[in-house]
Design a protein around this ligand. Sequence first.
Ligand code: SF4
Length: 168
Amino acid sequence: MTIDPDFPKNHKVIGKHSTTDGAYSHFVWGPGRKDAESSTNKEVQDAYKARGEEYVPLGIHGTYVAVDWDSCISDGACIEACPVQVYQWYRSEQDIPAIEMVNALTEGIGDDHNREGRKDYTDKPDPIRESACIWCMACVTVCPTNSIKVDEANLPVHEEQSQKFVES
Ligand code: SF4
């Protein structure tokens, strides 16, 4: 139950997450999945219970650096592996439910270096600086649940969606 390699065909864009300075943006693809790895991961489920927050399907953040937030168990190896800080822990900047990040505006000032920078196991690595990727594949290699797909071939998909997307 890893990230769907054909997600651009099998999912649709449900939002666009941008930085406040306009330098970066990535698309969010849905719908999410109820039965992916995080649904049975004890640390993730205990963290939701501790917060009293509802566990809901979240979808995929990013297109050519894409992270399936339902498969992701918040390990954080990707954040430590990335040499150019594509990712940040989203809750380290905005401590809100992940579903509210679909159309978020973010400064990009969250923790982007350390696995232990996560707020808790409801946190997710957010590919906030997607276009900074240098295609090293380190994050893909270290992800324990194969939740990440990095693929230059999806650059045109991102461009196509950029033309079509209407801000809500
Ligand atoms: S492929 Fe390399 S540069 Fe790109 S997001 Fe993953 S770790 Fe970072």
